[in-house]
Design a binder for this molecule. Structure first.
Ligand code: SAM
Length: 189
C-alpha cells in the first residue's frame, strides 16, 4: 500500500445523524478544501466526494471547477490540491472510479472514532496491503454499519495520547490529516 495507490472518499451517505437515523449530510466547503490539501500533501492518488444528491454533486463540482479555472490563477496551491478531487454518487461508484484508474478493485478501509472488532493498526495496514486502497471517512455521526460492512479492514480509532480516552471525536478534516500522517508521514524526528 503506497500513497500513489491510495484514494480517500468522504462519504455523505450512508451515515448516521445524532438519533442514529441513516441520512445524507450536506457538503461543506471546508471539508472539500481541507481534505483536498491533506490528500495532496501526502501525494495520494485522489480524493472522492461521495454524495447521492445530484444538486450536492453539482455544487461540489462547481466549487472544484472554480478553483481549477479562474480561482486557480489566484491560488496555485489550492488548484494543485483540487486537481485530484472527483465527485461520485455512492461508495460503489467510488470503488469503480478507483478500479478504472488502478486497473483493479480497491481494498476498502473504514475509519471510525469507535473501536471495532478486528480493527487494525496504521503501520500494520501499510505492511499488509498491496494494490489500490480506498479509505472511507464519515460525515454526520459516522459511517453506518452497512457502510462499515462493505470494508475489508477497519483502522483503529485515533485516541490522542494513546490508550482509552473519554473524548476522541475529531472533525473529519482533522481525522483525515492524522490518519494520513500515521499511514505515510515522515517519522525522522
Ligand atoms: C463522524 S464524522 C464527524 C463529522 C463532523 N460533523 C465534522 O465536523 O467533521 C468524523 C469522521 O472522521 C473520522 N474520525 C473522527 N474521529 C476519529 C477518530 N478518533 N479516529 C478515527 N477516525 C475518526 C471518521 O471517518 C468519522 O466518520
Amino acid at each position: 500500500m503506497t500513497p500513489a495507490e491510495t484514494w480517500v472518499a468522504l462519504v455523505h451517505h450512508p451515515v448516521y445523524d445524532k438519533n442514529h437515523k441513516v441520512v445524507a449530510t450536506a457538503l461543506t466547503n471546508l471539508d472539500l478544501h481541507d481534505i483536498a490539501r491533506a490528500t495532496r500533501t501526502y501525494d495520494l492518488a485522489g480524493f472522492l466526494i461521495v454524495h447521492p444528491v445530484a444538486a450536492q454533486r453539482e455544487l461540489a463540482s462547481r466549487i472544484a471547477g472554480h478553483w481549477l479555472a479562474e480561482g486557480g490563477e489566484m491560488n496555485d496551491f489550492r488548484r494543485m490540491a483540487i486537481e485530484r478531487v472527483a465527485v461520485v454518487a455512492n461508495i460503489a461508484e467510488a470503488a469503480a472510479h478507483v478500479a478504472g484508474r488502478a486497473g483493479k478493485p480497491p481494498t476498502l478501509v473504514a475509519t471510525s472514532a469507535q473501536a471495532g472488532d478486528g480493527a487494525v493498526g496504521y503501520q500494520a495496514l501499510v505492511r499488509s496491503l498491496t494494490g489500490p486502497v480506498l479509505l472511507l471517512l464519515g460525515t454526520g455521526w459516522g459511517l453506518t454499519e452497512d457502510a462499515l460492512a462493505l470494508c475489508q479492514h477497519r483502522l483503529r480509532p485515533i485516541t490522542g495520547r494513546g490508550g482509552p480516552s473519554d473524548y476522541n471525536h475529531l472533525s473529519v478534516r482533522s481525522a483525515c490529516a492524522i490518519i494520513l500522517d500515521r499511514l505515510y508521514g515522515d517519522r525522522e524526528d
